[in-house]
Design a protein around this ligand. Structure first.
Ligand code: PGA
Length: 245
């Protein structure tokens, strides 16, 4: 049985006090949370406090990063500003709310790949794109920014249909499987078998303790990117309890 990864995208839900409170609750249940593949993505300003307090061997990531590494970029955060395990790029909230296009996301992906952190590239169609039957071409263009060679780097592709995020509207397992198969085939046409071994596929969008067990059944799934249910300690605990490994 493969080890499922849980990526907890706290978005802007938790301030510093609540992030620390969450970590203290995690620490108090060491047995449940140890030996699980969990990556927590706090707000940038809370990463230091979370790292300092965490007593369990969980990974910490950034929710986004700047395209630049250093310099006069007021208000931005560089991927090299702190040592982290992973960084999300291309989340639909960045694409839709902050108008980040594939070119910007390609630069962010490049910034992450030039650091030690592992990129998680989010892709997925909006409801309008789904209704227009252009999901596959949207995914294809979102994947077109991938580098030609991964050079032994890890990469995660998180398929997150925009209409499923925060809506409670989770696609059927068949639909997710169909999309992940499409992604996998695109990746096969781009990469060698060695590179493919370093690529993981996640699903994200309204995942919680009630649907996780069913979703784990999807053959191509390596993990889940979870938003609101991951920022509530009790809900997160119920999710992690369902992991066999
Ligand atoms: P959600 O968010 O779990 O709240 O739907 C998922 C995501 O945006 O990554």
């Amino acid at each position: 049985m493969k080890k499922i990864t849980i990526a907890a995208n706290w978005k802007m839900y938790l301030d510093e006090v609540s992030s620390i409170d969450f970590i203290e609750k995690l620490n108090a249940e060491k047995e449940l949370f140890s030996n699980k593949d969990i990556i927590i993505f706090p707000s940038h300003t809370c990463i230091r406090s979370v790292k300092d307090r965490l007593n369990i061997d969980l990974k910490i990531g950034m929710q986004d990063c700047d395209i630049h590494n250093k310099g006069a970029y007021t208000g931005s955060t560089s991927i090299s500003s702190i040592d982290i395990h992973s960084c999300i790029v291309g989340h639909s909230e960045r694409r839709v709310i902050y108008k980040e296009n594939n070119e910007i996301i390609a630069e962010k992906l490049g910034a992450v790949l030039s650091s030690k952190a592992n990129p998680i590239l989010c892709i997925g169609e909006t409801l309008e794109e789904k209704n227009d039957n252009i999901t596959e071409s949207i995914i294809e263009s979102q994947l077109s920014i991938l580098p030609k060679d991964l050079n032994d780097r890890n990469l995660t592709i998180a398929y997150e249909p925009v209409w499923a995020i925060g809506s409670g509207d989770v696609p059927s397992n068949e639909y997710i499987h169909q999309m992940l198969s499409y992604v996998k085939n695109r990746l096969k046409s781009l990469y060698s078998d060695t590179d493919l071994d370093n690529i993981k596929l996640f699903y994200g969008g309204s995942v919680d303790a009630n649907n996780l067990n069913d979703l784990i059944g999807i053959e191509l799934i390596d993990g889940f990117l979870i938003g609101s249910a991951s920022a509530n300690f009790e809900k997160f605990k119920d999710i992690v309890k369902q992991l066999k490994l």
